[in-house]
Design a protein around this ligand. Structure first.
Ligand code: ACO
Length: 423
């Protein structure tokens, strides 16, 4: 008997099956051969919320949640945050290797060129109500971008697909800045001709050249958000893309998934929570409410990190540096007190709840002058290269087909239709 295998006895029939184990997984489809009787469909794996299901093989991002490790294409996040730039990381995620200087120069100038504003998207953005949430606007305008390029549905042309993916990475910064400017009642600006990616974004947001230190802090934030393997929004991008939907429709769906407060929306929810707690003295009472299950401690906990989220550690350092430029936000004290108490309290320690990327990112965004409702848009801008790289990998993965989970049906069956007058 092979050692890398699992022996299963189906006690309904007494039959024994040997399932191969590859990369620490067994194939769910191998259970289908286990049938209670001839007419049985076969055994399936039940996994609501995919807590223990591997949906793909990927060489984009390595994450070890127990050890607190995050690597893009094998490079530790700490080194990338210290030495790289967001555009270089985007290249790395998409092409799978670090660029040479000339490749990077060309990539940067292409991204800047592809930031050229699409007039029709300016109009669409301007037609939203002024109080529309910018995430909703960006989700819609990313989908609308696809309608301007119907050829983007031609997946057989790798070079063209890559061009659309690249344009999307460039355009999301423009569309994000426009969503903000529209809400602020200000004219929508075009990208400057000569700037870095974060610099161009900040200039489109605020209409002036940013402080290089602020630009670098934003660059780091975008690097930290660039990919995070098979999370809720990335899985959504892959599921939608598996139907052969183009990159715009797929990423637009990912933006919808990121919108929710349990995912990317948590950074906004953290700031709202800190503002509600107001002062350090109110923290113990708030923690008690969390333990009584009246509240969630937003920015804490993670499906895969059962240790420090390495991104949170890097952001915390960046917060200190940015506050030296901008002055300290009094809510930092509230956040630090929450973290201190939670890391000592058995409720959080026992459940392995640590600060995640969103716990401090909101404070940093606020220090950069970015308003709360834009936080999740910032996350989406940063995550776009990751979504695109994952979409691209999925399209080239011969093992993938249209995604289609199964269900256990628990409803009624074989009812007789009752005429409306007789109900
Ligand atoms: N505050 C209080 N209790 C929590 C929290 C929290 N933030 N997170 C988890 N718990 C508790 C759960 O109630 C559960 O307790 P129980 O076992 O006694 O019932 C236990 O910890 C385990 O949590 P799960 O809900 O099983 O964890 P899951 O993996 O399903 O959820 C999630 C992960 C959604 C991130 C959760 O921790 C959460 O809601 N956190 C707050 C929102 C947040 O910060 N989201 C951002 C995540 S990072 C990102 O998406 C970029």
């Amino acid at each position: 008997m092979a050692t890398d295998s699992l022996t299963v006895t189906d006690n309904r029939t007494g039959e024994t099956f040997e399932l191969p184990i590859t990369n620490g997984t067994v194939k769910a489809i191998d259970f289908r051969q286990m049938k209670a009787n001839e007419s049985d469909f076969g055994l399936m794996a039940y996994d609501p919320a995919f807590t223990n299901t591997v949906s793909c093989s990927s060489s984009v991002t390595h994450l070890d949640g127990d050890a607190g490790v995050l690597q893009y294409r094998g490079y530790p996040i700490e080194q990338l945050a210290e030495k790289s730039t967001f555009t270089e990381v985007s290249y790395l995620l998409i092409y799978g290797k670090l660029p040479t200087q000339s490749e990077l120069d060309s990539w940067n100038s292409q991204l800047l060129e592809l930031m050229a504003g699409e007039e029709v998207l300016k109009t669409i953005t301007s037609d939203f109500p002024e109080n529309a949430h910018p995430m909703g606007i960006v989700q819609a305008t990313v989908a609308a971008l696809g309608t301007l390029y119907p050829d983007s549905k031609d997946f057989d042309d790798d070079a063209a697909s890559l061009e659309y993916a690249k344009r999307l990475i460039a355009q999301i910064a423009v569309l994000g800045s426009w969503a903000y400017r529209h809400g602020a009642g200000q004219p929508l600006l075009d990208a400057p001709k000569n700037a870095s990616y974060p610099g161009a974004f900040l200039q489109m947001m605020f209409g002036e050249e940013p402080d290089p230190r602020i630009e670098r802090a934003l660059d780091i934030l975008l690097i930290l958000h660039a990919d995070h393997e098979q999370n809720c929004s990335t899985s959504t991008v892959r599921v939608v893309g598996s139907s052969d939907a183009d990159v715009h429709a797929s990423v637009s769906s990912g933006i919808g998934a990121l919108y929710g407060p349990l995912h990317g929306g948590a950074n906004e929810a953290v700031l709202q929570m800190l503002a509600r707690i107001e002062t350090k003295d109110n923290v113990p009472a708030f923690i008690e409410r969390v333990k009584d299950r009246d509240e969630l401690l937003m920015g804490f906990g993670h499906r895969v990190y059962k240790n420090f989220d390495p991104r949170a550690t890097i952001i915390k350092e960046a917060v200190d540096e940015v506050f030296q430029i901008t002055g300290v936000n009094p809510l930092l004290e509230v956040a630090q007190e929450l973290e201190k108490i939670a890391l000592e309290d058995e409720f959080f320690v026992g459940r392995k709840l640590y600060p995640n990327v969103d716990f401090y990112s909101g404070l940093l965004y606020e220090a950069l002058g970015i308003p709360t409702e834009m936080f999740t848009v910032m996350f989406a801008i940063g995550r776009t290269p990751g979504w695109v790289a994952q979409w691209w990998e999925m399209k080239h993965d011969k093992e993938q087909k249209i995604a289609r989970p199964r269900q256990v049906y628990t409803g009624d069956m074989d009812l007789d239709y009752v005429d409306i007058g007789n109900r």
